[in-house]
Design a protein around this ligand. Structure first.
Ligand SMILES: O=C(O)C1=C[C@@H](OP(=O)(O)O)[C@@H](O)[C@H](O)C1
Ligand SMILES: C=C(OP(=O)(O)O)C(=O)O
Length: 428
């Protein structure tokens, strides 16, 4: 599936407070993990309400190429039937960090060569510590001279496994990618992170929780150390929660317009960091409540600046930065240097685009400092980054004349974003 052609888009401006109930797609992170765990399980698995988007189609396609049957014909229920993993096969990772970091270890379990490549931007994303770790666990990998994509994993049908030390400060996915395949390694794995703090810890907690649910023996009781015992996982039914990060721009709409947005289908107990969301939006003047109908965010129309360490929830930064540019006081978003290695260098992109609309935004190595000023319309560049598009749409709600140079990038995680967004604003 090629990177979609650019589609310019003028997001709607809200004439009044939004009052919407939204049904949003499933979590990208849960769908990716459920696919991988199902592929190495014994017997069939089902995914209820999975995310159908470019990232998860890439994951399904990569598994299929290696011999797994993944039926995605039914939007509500995907069925995975494991098969003997084998090459030769090719995995197109597109722009998906999950496919880039979760599939090489699975390819090590395949018999035969598996090649990997993706969009030009994904070649820049951190991968080396994972490849070095896999090599030390017994996997043979040939890479481009850069040390990354395009690459070939020369699978032998088994991975020895054992103990490995790696620096996961660039991405938590480097750890998740080892843990998810480890039940099928001969000796399981003990992964120890060393170096500056690992970001996005809730995503590794989701990995641990889902491995445990599939029957893996896993110990995460020591900080920065995870051990997974060898053993067969069982096929099972996964219910995919709505995507909390994908819901962020919709919740932000409640704050900036002084309205309310309810996300349907939110579970009582979630694998996603909803308490962090509650605290962050609370500091900015919103109210987050969980009711029988779903998760509701209410705003007053007045947004307060935010001073917070976002290292655990870096993927929420673009929308929080957009809120910061519309706030009544300055913001300092801290601890997010690693998001320079996301779909684009998000700190540079946000500083540039919000400043071009009139805000005063500067980026330091790890932080974003935002001083709100009256904003004006103009072109908001999205850099092929779905969450940049979300940020631009939020600003466009209250600033007339904001035009996104491309909204097709939202197909990475929410192909219907423009329609869902317009329906929220117009009530149709
Ligand atoms: O494991 C996952 O599903 C993810 C982990 C995080 O990656 P980083 O640790 O690279 O930030 C997050 O930002 C990404 O959107 C999804
Ligand atoms: C960082 C992100 O994605 P990926 O899974 O490609 O890392 C993201 O969705 O914000």
């Amino acid at each position: 599936m090629a990177n979609p052609a650019h589609v310019p888009w003028t997001p709607p401006t809200a004439a009044e407070p939004v009052a919407a109930t939204v049904q949003l797609p499933g979590s990208k992170s849960m769908t990716a993990r459920a696919l991988v765990l199902s592929a190495i399980g014994v017997g069939p698995s089902t995914l209820a309400r999975p995310l159908r988007a470019r990232d998860t189609e890439m994951m399904a396609g990569g598994l299929r190429a290696m011999g797994v049957s993944v039926s995605t014909v039914d939007d509500e229920r995907w069925v995975v039937r494991p098969g003997t993993l084998q090459g030769p096969a090719h995995v197109d990772v597109g722009q998906a960090g999950t496919v880039l970091r979760f599939m090489p270890a699975i390819a090590g379990l395949a018999q035969g060569p598996v090649t990997f490549d993706g969009d030009p931007s994904v070649r820049q994303r951190p991968l080396r510590p994972l490849l070095d770790a896999l090599r030390s666990l017994g996997v043979s990998i040939d890479t481009a001279p850069s040390g990354g994509l395009p690459l070939t994993v020369r699978g032998t049908g088994r991975v020895t496994g054992g103990e490995v030390v790696l620096d996961a400060s660039a991405s938590s996915q480097l750890v998740s990618g080892l843990l998810l395949a480890a039940p099928d390694f001969d000796r399981g794995v003990v992964v120890r992170h060393v170096g500056p703090a690992m970001p996005s810890a809730p995503h590794v907690r989701m990995t641990v929780q889902m491995l445990r649910a599939a029957g893996a023996g896993i110990d995460d009781s020591v900080r920065d150390v995870w051990s997974v015992e060898p053993g067969k996982l069982s096929g099972r039914g996964w219910t995919i929660e709505p995507d909390l990060s994908g819901a962020m721009p919709f919740f932000a709409a409640a704050l900036v317009t002084g309205g309310s947005v309810t996300l349907l289908g939110w579970p009582r107990s979630s694998a996603q960091p909803v308490e962090r969301l509650r605290a962050l939006l609370g500091q900015m003047g919103g109210e987050v409540t969980l009711g029988t109908d779903g998760l509701t965010v209410r705003g007053t129309g007045v947004v307060h600046g935010l001073d917070a360490d976002l290292s655990e929830v870096g993927e929420m930064t673009p929308v929080l930065a957009a809120l910061g540019a519309l706030a009544d006081s300055p913001s300092r978003l801290r601890g997010i240097g690693h998001i320079r290695g996301h779909e684009t260098d998000r700190l540079t992109a946000l500083a540039r685009e919000l400043s071009a609309l009139g805000a005063s935004v500067t980026d330091t190595a790890d932080d974003l400092e935002i001083t709100p000023r009256p904003l004006r319309g103009g072109v908001f560049h999205t850099y092929d980054d779905h969450r940049m598009a979300h940020a631009g749409a939020v600003v466009g709600l209250v600033v007339p004349g904001v035009e996104l140079d491309d909204v097709a990038c939202t197909s990475k995680t929410m192909p219907d974003f423009p329609a869902l967004w317009s329906a929220m604003v117009t009530g149709k």
